[in-house]
Ligand binder design. Structure first.
Ligand SMILES: *Cc1c(COP(=O)(O)O)cnc(C)c1O
Length: 434
């Protein structure tokens, strides 16, 4: 396999041939040059990669009633939302803050679905006034609260019940949110009663059913199982005289970080449509809530090597490559023991050594990659790959570290879409006592 094909995010991410300098490029732009121009740590995204990831869903759904709602918690920067809004995409939100971002980015509020186990009354009212497409309701008490808020405003809230399909853990152990015993969704066994209750409340209007069974799923089987469970319920609920318009199968499709081979979105969609048709539900509108699979492989996090700290490897020590990005910029390795690719932006002639790539934060858990073979020197720029999802949105200011800047590449254009945070901004809201 050549180096280019091995990069997750190809064809947008590619490396020049060694004879041509071996520079790493995203959407044609040399990443080392962007690091030089904008500083590090720096998130760089390819708009082309985001558009093509969305198109993979939309193309497979063409000719069918459908809506793709980008699960924006994966990356909610305004220019990212703008990219999807311009392509006709809706949004899956989990807070009033995210709703405000959709508005600020020019998104279509009638294409917004509002998920989450703990919506406040204020958030419900905000979303009702904004005219969102539907509330994905996760409990019976939430139905009652939403009904009361809607009646107060003289409105009716469109609702879909998030059902926990309890797909077989033995078969699909990696599914983390669609099983009994987690906080998400209404148990499958309780769902018919919850629909009856919803239909009886004057402030609510039943419009759909949904589920979201987990994240970084790399097979289609769990989705088909979940869809079957949803359709069983749809049939039971409609037999009880309550119409259900749309079926929302959630998000969770995985991406390639290392050697994962998730199905293409088009294949997943085709299999789900086939199952809908086979069960006589082909007329239903199908909703998706992809997050990671739309943005994950579209972004990298650039970081500069600060210090090389060789260890006494023969005594079980480690070689540390200390970089200027840390767990506050990208928490996935520290939080989930996630493996993310690390590539030098320019290739060096020196021999490779095995390094633990770590940040400057005062925590032993502050690492980006363990045991990586890299030919590096201080001042080199490294790219953390597949950093477009759950990077910036999960970042923090731990150790009073300002958050990174973000750049969006769009063909020949380079847009700075978020300025680097200033240190002064970090404590601007704080007050000394008298
Ligand atoms: C997080 C989330 C998603 C998106 O998950 P990904 O794994 O990023 O695709 C979709 N729907 C809901 C309700 C979520 O909480």
């Amino acid at each position: 396999m050549n180096a280019e094909a091995a990069l997750p995010g190809a064809p947008f991410l590619a490396r020049d041939l060694p004879g041509e300098g071996g520079r790493l490029r995203l959407e044609g732009h040399a990443l080392a040059d962007l690091a030089q121009r904008f500083g590090t740590p720096l998130f760089v995204y390819s708009r082309g990669a985001m558009r093509s990831a969305l198109a993979a869903y939309q193309d497979a759904l063409r000719g069918r009633a459908h809506l793709v709602c980008y699960a924006m918690k994966a990356n909610s920067s305004l220019a990212v939302l703008q990219t999807f809004a311009q392509a006709g995409c809706g949004f899956d939100i989990v807070s009033g803050g995210e709703l405000a971002r959709v508005q600020a980015a020019g998104g279509d509020l009638s294409k917004v679905v509002f998920s989450g186990v703990g919506k406040t009354r204020a958030e419900m009212a905000q979303a009702l006034r904004a005219g969102v497409r539907c509330f994905n309701v996760e409990s019976e008490p939430e139905l009652d609260t939403l009904n009361a808020v809607a009646l107060d405003l003289g409105l009716r809230a469109p609702v879909s019940l998030r059902v926990n399909p309890d797909v077989d853990a033995g078969t699909h152990p990696y599914i983390s949110t669609g099983l009994k015993g987690n906080k998400f969704g209404i148990a499958h066994a309780d769902a018919l009663a919850a629909y009856r209750h919803a239909a009886s409340l004057p402030g609510l209007r039943v419009v759909g059913i949904d589920c979201h069974i987990g994240s970084q799923i790399t097979q289609t089987g769990p989705y088909l199982d979940a869809l079957d469970r949803l359709l069983d319920l749809v049939e039971a609920v409609e037999a009880a005289g309550i119409a259900i318009h749309h079926v929302d199968v959630g998000g969770g499709l995985g991406i390639t970080y290392t050697d994962e081979q998730p199905p293409a979105a088009g294949l997943l969609v085709a299999e789900l449509l086939h199952r809908l048709d086979a069960r006589g539900h082909g007329h239903r509108e199908l909703l998706f809530e992809p997050g990671r699979s739309l943005v994950g492989n579209a972004g990298v996090l650039l970081t500069e090597v600060l210090v090389l700290k060789p260890g006494h490897v023969e005594d079980g020590g480690k070689n540390f490559c200390i970089v200027d990005a840390a767990m506050n910029d990208m928490v996935r390795p520290a939080m989930y023991q996630a493996w993310m690719g690390i590539e030098p932006c320019e290739q060096r002639a020196c021999p490779a050594t095995t390094w633990d790539v770590v940040g400057p934060v005062c925590e032993s858990g502050d690492w980006l990659g363990h045991d990586r073979s890299l030919a590096v020197a201080p001042g080199d720029v490294l790219a953390l790959l597949s950093a477009g999802a759950y990077g910036m949105t999960m970042s923090s200011n731990y150790n009073t570290r300002p958050r990174a800047a973000e750049v969006m590449l769009d063909g020949a254009q380079v847009h700075l879409i978020r300025e680097r945070e200033s240190v002064a901004a970090l404590f601007a809201n704080e007050r000394l006592t008298a």
